[in-house]
Design a protein around this ligand. Structure first.
Ligand code: TXA
Ligand code: MG
Length: 321
């Protein structure tokens, strides 16, 4: 059930149930981080393998300190500038966080969401919330309450509706590796914003063998339809010249341009003005839309590799695997 009843969400979470909640990045599938029942419920509802750890969400910096051993200096600097917001830090956990949450890692991923409803919820609860994105494992993350309803509605007690997610892509995950600040997932805080504050950082995503980030598996955020990236005009030609007896129906995912030879119902333009923030907001809803309509293949183009464009391109490439 979808609704805006904060009391109800609080009561369900206190009863160790799983509730979908809005954040500024994407919707999360939340449960009491200190409850084995709630945490197991999350893995089950999402069909998520137990080796893939969960992000812990807290109300404020003090609540971070309660569940970690220490905060390395560089990460503390980032926390002061970007929390609350779309930044997740990998920090050495203390005994309050179970191995179930971190999949056995000594590090816990933590973030402070900025969405007013998520904040209000966390302030009312005496425990942190584990919350992976509220989609079945491997599928596109939800940026509207209705996306959650469509895929997980029958498995969870309640979906707290906080409207469309403002950022639209998941948080940037940052930790230390061999003394170096390292980005493990590109996300809502652009690499450039981190570097402006703290100097060069290394970016380590996409390596499916990277034990620090098991969820960085390449085939992630994937639609069910074949998803092809390239030059849209060339791809359109290629698919219109297909020699098979049945012409393939194509869905188009573009950055700024619309294509007059394609019906509007078969294309989604992320930002006609070329604004990367708007593109990020629209990305997952557009991918879902094209995945659900009557097309055989989705063709898409990469965006400029700068700012939020980097996180968007990362998601597009993973969808194409
Ligand atoms: O924006 C976000 O981060 C959203 C919202 C709901 O907060 N959450 C989210 O969670 O994207 P999820 O589970 O879909 O992605 C979290 C990623 C996973 O790839 C997971 O492997 C990684 O973070 N992760 C979680 N805990 C970790 C840990 N202790 N060490 C390394 N990676 C971790
Ligand atoms: Mg996810």
């Amino acid at each position: 059930m979808i609704g805006t009843d904060l009391d109800k969400a609080v009561a369900l979470l206190e009863a160790e149930e799983v509730v979908a909640i809005p954040t500024e990045t994407v919707y999360g599938l939340a449960g009491n981080a200190f409850s084995v029942k709630a945490v197991s419920g999350i893995f089950e509802a999402k069909n998520r393998p137990s080796f893939d750890p969960l992000i812990v969400h807290v109300a404020d910096k003090n609540s971070i300190k309660e569940v970690v051993q220490n905060i390395p200096k560089e990460l503390d600097t980032l926390s002061r500038h970007f929390m609350p917001g779309p930044l997740t830090l990998l920090l050495p956990k203390n005994e309050k966080i179970s191995d179930l949450v971190t999949a056995g890692s000594p590090l816990v991923a933590i973030r402070i969401p900025k969405h007013p409803l998520a904040k209000a919820l966390l302030q009312r609860l005496p425990f942190p919330l584990c919350a992976p994105s509220a989609n079945p494992f491997g599928y596109i993350s939800p940026t509207h309450a209705e996306h959650v309803e469509a895929q997980l509605g029958e498995k969870i007690a309640y979906i707290l509706d906080g409207g469309a997610c403002e950022v639209g892509v998941e948080s940037t995950i940052v930790g230390m590796e061999e003394g170096k600040l390292t980005i493990f997932r590109k996300g809502g805080i652009p690499v450039e914003a981190l570097e402006a504050l703290i100097g060069p950082v290394q970016v380590k995503t996409h390596s499916s063998s990277n034990p620090k980030a098991p969820g960085m598996l390449k085939s992630h955020y994937a639609p069910q339809k074949p998803f092809v990236i390239g030059d849209i005009s060339l791809l359109l030609q290629k698919y219109s010249q297909t020699t098979s007896e049945k012409e393939k129906k194509v869905g188009v995912l573009s950055f700024k341009q619309t294509y007059s030879n394609i019906s509007a119902a078969y294309q989604r333009t992320l930002s006609p003005m070329g604004d990367l923030r708007e593109a990020a907001q629209n990305l997952f809803a557009a991918m879902r839309y094209l995945d659900e309509i009557d097309v055989d293949v989705i063709i898409a183009e990469l965006l400029p590799e700068e700012g939020l464009g980097r996180a968007i391109n990362d998601r597009l490439k993973r969808a194409a695997v």
